[in-house]
Write a protein that binds this ligand. Structure first.
Ligand code: M3P
Ligand code: FE
Length: 304
């Protein structure tokens, strides 16, 4: 049993048409469904119904984020564990959400709404299952990442949140940043993937979303993504550069409503017995941006 990976991120936007234009034409996602007030999007190599839901609302921000569990029974198991920790849970029944069945909802200690789901509609990737091409059609617009990779949320008490994700949800710690007193300022956590993080938690206001990231296959795609962003007048926050933490190559930038996105590649392979890497606060600049060695205030203080 357990938590497999990030399944989808659900956000609010005051301009659904503008957001949709950006995520389809600049980010290069596929629009898979549209209802009166919401748009559902996915990347070309994703098998699930969607990885991003955008819902009209006057206030930009995070509605919730959803992880997939391995087995149907896991929902009941996590329901008990999360309740025992002291977080009330509720069930969202089949038919209430597009593209998935029953889910378990609760507020994590840092105030974001998290959802666990097993029953996800598998609509398949763009390549199909018979003699698939190894690459997507060459005429996909925009950056066209193959999949969503990870997300980062803020927490006033990083250590408390980290404990919840590790002890209650069973995620593994891969890296941490410690302040001078040994308190966690940031943690990187993996589900069942072999990546250095499916979710990271960094000190900041409770309830906030810092960014989510799309995977790119290599550095050359990161370079091309920077060209696409600059050509389309997208505001770049940082990069292209490299993280010390995770070793990943990265660009951060803002969608038209100010939500931070990242493209990410590289990093290292994580096994269940990989030892935790620790960064000290005096090296946080290199941990964040290895080449620049800066702790950018815009980067740390801007969130939605
Ligand atoms: C990442 C990453 C912060 C660190 C961010 C790191 C906000 O996004 O992918 O490793 O301090
Ligand atoms: Fe990231």
């Amino acid at each position: 049993m357990g938590i497999l990976r990030l399944a989808h991120v659900d956000v609010r936007t005051p301009d659904l048409d503008l957001s949709t234009a950006y995520y389809t034409e600049v980010m290069g996602l596929q629009q898979v469904a549209r209802t009166e007030d919401a748009v559902y999007l996915k990347c070309w190599d994703e098998e699930d119904h969607h990885s991003l839901r955008m819902r009209y609302n006057p206030r930009t921000g995070l509605d919730s984020f959803t992880f997939r569990v391995e087995a149907e029974d896991d929902l009941a198991d996590f329901e008990n564990k999360v309740e025992a920790y002291g977080c009330p849970t509720s069930r969202v029944s089949r038919g209430e959400a597009v593209g998935q069945g029953e889910s378990l909802r609760f507020e994590v200690p840092s105030g974001q709404i998290m959802e666990l789901v097993w029953d996800i509609e598998k609509t398949g990737n763009l390549l199909g299952k018979h003699n698939p091409a190894p690459v997507p059609p060459p005429d996909l617009p925009g950056i066209a990442p193959p999949r969503m990779d990870h997300m980062l949320v803020n927490a006033e008490e990083v250590a408390e949140s980290a404990r919840f994700f590790m002890e209650v949800l069973g995620l593994r710690l891969t890296e941490q940043v410690l302040d001078g007193n040994g308190h966690q300022l940031g943690v990187w956590l993996a589900g069942r993937t072999n990546s250095p993080h499916d979710i990271a938690i960094v000190n900041g206001p409770n309830g906030a979303l810092h960014h989510w990231a799309y995977w790119l296959d290599d550095w050359d795609h990161v370079r091309k993504a920077a060209d696409t962003l600059a050509y389309n007048g997208v505001q770049i926050d940082q990069g292209p550069t490299r993280h010390g933490v995770t070793r990943g190559n990265t660009i951060y930038f803002f969608d038209p409503l100010g939500i931070r996105n990242e493209v990410f590649t590289g990093g290292y392979w994580v096994d269940p017995d990989t030892e935790i890497l620790t960064w000290t606060e005096d090296n946080f600049g290199k941990g964040l941006f290895y080449y620049e060695n800066v702790v950018s205030q815009r980067f740390l203080r801007m969130h939605t």
